[in-house]
Design a protein around this ligand. Structure first.
Ligand code: ADP
Ligand code: MG
Length: 257
């Protein structure tokens, strides 16, 4: 297994006012697999992904259980080791590409920075690599886009820049937390298609998080249903759609348009 989460519980706050938001969840992501987490807003999807990324606040956060990536236990890993892992082997894209991109730096520069930090490539090689990444994520006119600022491109294009950044170091796992929620429906489909294609090509695993069961079922091999901080059901797409066991899953299926 590439990622193994076992009996994970997460609480925020201090002793007397401790609030548990993730309750004893277990799941795994195999190599070359797309796993979906679906659940309504506030069900604990982002907290779970932040725990895997090691990005939860240290203060007043209590984590129990284990998270193993390629057999390395992630919780309690040294900050510097985690940083390397985060840049190279696990990466993430978010709902709002605008909030993750720096408005005062060009798109090309921002992707180049990642390669500068994590590779030994020369600046010429880096520029070439950024252009080829832009081609890979199907951005139009990569040479012009290299010098464009985030506000000069569309939301869908921004998300493509974020994806280029996320795959720059060829991660083994990509966590996509509501990557299409802020986008128009047609652009959503394109981004989904792109993620599918990139996954096939690179064989990276993807943990795809969304409140939208339709989207999740379009891209994922395995689906986890999350409700109020628990995984109430997990199974293949077929199992979830044809024989849902949990009442929340049944309600989710019934509420689809
Ligand atoms: P989702 O991504 O499924 O919409 P989240 O994982 O963001 O939900 O949030 C799950 C719950 O954890 C929510 O009730 C949220 O308010 C709470 N929560 C998230 N981060 C913190 C934090 N740093 N401190 C306290 N509560 C938090
Ligand atoms: Mg969220």
């Amino acid at each position: 297994m590439l990622l193994n989460v076992e009996n994970l519980s997460i609480s925020f706050g201090r002793k007397k006012k401790l609030v548990e938001v993730i309750h004893d969840i277990s799941f795994s992501v195999a190599e070359n697999e797309i796993v979906g987490i679906v659940g309504e807003s506030g069900s604990g999807k982002s907290v779970t992904s932040m725990a895997i990324m090691g990005l939860l606040p240290k203060k007043n956060t209590t984590i129990k259980g284990t998270i193993a990536f390629n057999e390395t236990a992630l919780l309690n890993l040294k900050d510097t080791t985690f940083q390397k892992l985060r840049g190279n082997e696990i990466s993430m894209i978010f709902q709002e590409p605008m909030s993750a991109l720096n408005p005062s730096l060009t798109c090309g520069f921002q992707v180049a920075e990642i390669l500068k930090i994590h590779t030994k490539l020369s600046s010429q090689e880096i520029r070439k690599e950024v252009i080829s990444l832009f081609e890979k994520v199907k951005l139009p006119r990569p040479n012009i886009l290299y010098n464009s600022y985030p506000h000069q491109i569309s939301g869908g294009q921004m998300q493509r820049v974020m994806i280029a950044m996320a795959i720059a170091c060829k991660p083994k796992l990509l966590i996509a937390d509501e990557p299409t929620t802020a986008l128009d429906v047609t652009v959503q489909k394109e981004i989904l298609q792109l993620l599918k294609e990139l996954q096939k090509e690179t064989e990276m695993s993807i943990l795809f998080i969304s409140h939208d069961l339709g989207l999740v079922s379009e891209i994922c091999d395995k689906i986890l249903v999350m409700y109020e901080g628990k995984i109430v059901e997990q199974g293949t797409k077929k199992e979830i759609f044809q024989s849902p066991k949990d009442n929340y899953t049944k309600a989710l299926l019934a509420s689809r348009p």
